[in-house]
Write a protein that binds this ligand. Structure first.
Ligand SMILES: C[S@@+](CC[C@H](N)C(=O)[O-])C[C@H]1O[C@@H](n2cnc3c(N)ncnc32)[C@H](O)[C@@H]1O
Length: 249
C-alpha cells in the first residue's frame, strides 16, 4: 500500500496543532480554530454508543483523538472487556496516553490502550474485536471504502460497526480539491449517502441500518471546519447519519 503520511501531511499537522493546544502547548501549523469536536460537527451521542456496546466487548475507537469516547466506552465494557483507540496523529496518541494516566482502571472500568496507525491499514489482527465505532471520521479520510474494509477485517463474525458521519446527498457534484484547507483533499474521496451505504455492503457488512438521519447543522454550527467546507463547496445539502452495520455471524 502507498505511504499515506505525505498524503495526510496537512491534516495531521492540523490535528497535531489541536493536540498541542489541548495539552496547553504552543501551535506549529499556524492559526486556525481546528478542534476535534468542531472538525467533526458533533459527537456520536453517548447514549447511542452505550446502547450498542456491551459488557465484556473488545471495542475499537477508530480515530480516537484525545480519547474521550474511548474512556466513556471503557465504563460500559468493564474490566472483562477493553478499548483500543487508533489514531494517525502522534501528538493525538500522546495526548490520549497522557489522559490515560489520569484515567484509572477501577470502579468497573475496562482497560484502555492507544495505538498509532492509519484507519486504512489498521495495526490489528483479523477478527480481533467485537465492536468498533468511528465518530465523524470515516468520510474525512482519504479512502473511506478502504477504512470500511479494514473495519470488517478486524471485527469478528457477528461484530458491530457504529458510525456517525456527514454525507452529501447522492446527486452532489464533486467539487474541485481545496489545497488551501486542511480538509480540502477529503473532498476528492467524499462518499455520498448511497456510495457510503454501498461501500459498507461491499466491505462485507450484511446488515446495514441507518439509525438516524438529520438535516445539515444550522448556520451557527457551520463555522466548524468540515461542515463549513461542505456547506461552502457542495451543491446539495449534506446529512448527518448514524449507522449500525453488522458483519455476518
Ligand atoms: C473527530 S476526532 C475524533 C474524536 C474522538 N473520537 C474523541 O473522543 O475525542 C478525529 C481524529 O481522527 C484522526 N484521524 C483522521 N483520519 C484518520 C486516519 N485516516 N487514520 C487514523 N486516524 C485518523 C485524527 O488524527 C483525529 O485525532
Amino acid at each position: 500500500m502507498k505511504d499515506l503520511t505525505p498524503l495526510y501531511a496537512s491534516l495531521r499537522c492540523a490535528y497535531a496543532d489541536l493536540a498541542r493546544r489541548l495539552s496547553g502547548e504552543g501551535c506549529s501549523c499556524g492559526p486556525g480554530a481546528l478542534c476535534c469536536r468542531q472538525a467533526a460537527g458533533e459527537d456520536l451521542s453517548d447514549s447511542l454508543l452505550f446502547s450498542l456496546v456491551r459488557t465484556a466487548d473488545r471495542v475499537l475507537d477508530l480515530g480516537a483523538g484525545g480519547g474521550r469516547d474511548a474512556f466513556l466506552t471503557a465504563v460500559r465494557v468493564g474490566p472483562e472487556g477493553g478499548v483500543t483507540g487508533i489514531d494517525m496523529t502522534p501528538e493525538m496518541v500522546g495526548l490520549a496516553r497522557e489522559n490515560l494516566e489520569s484515567y484509572r482502571e477501577s470502579e468497573g472500568r475496562g482497560p484502555v490502550e492507544f495505538l498509532e496507525g492509519y484507519l486504512e491499514e489498521l495495526p490489528l489482527d483479523n477478527e480481533s474485536a467485537d465492536a468498533a465505532f468511528a465518530d465523524y471520521v470515516v468520510n474525512l479520510t482519504l479512502d473511506p471504502s478502504r477504512v470500511l474494509l479494514e473495519a470488517a477485517r478486524v471485527l469478528r463474525p457477528g461484530g458491530r460497526l457504529i458510525l456517525a458521519d456527514l454525507v452529501p446527498g447522492d446527486e452532489f457534484t464533486r467539487p474541485p480539491s481545496r489545497e488551501d484547507h486542511p480538509f480540502g483533499k477529503c473532498l476528492d474521496t467524499l462518499l455520498s449517502r448511497g456510495e457510503y451505504l454501498d461501500a459498507l455492503s461491499s466491505a462485507g457488512f450484511g446488515r446495514v441500518k441507518v439509525l438516524s438521519e438529520e438535516a445539515p447543522p444550522d448556520g451557527d454550527r457551520l463555522d466548524a471546519p468540515w461542515p463549513s467546507l461542505l456547506g461552502e463547496c457542495l451543491d446539495v445539502p449534506f446529512r448527518k447519519l448514524t449507522i449500525l452495520a453488522k458483519k455476518p455471524g
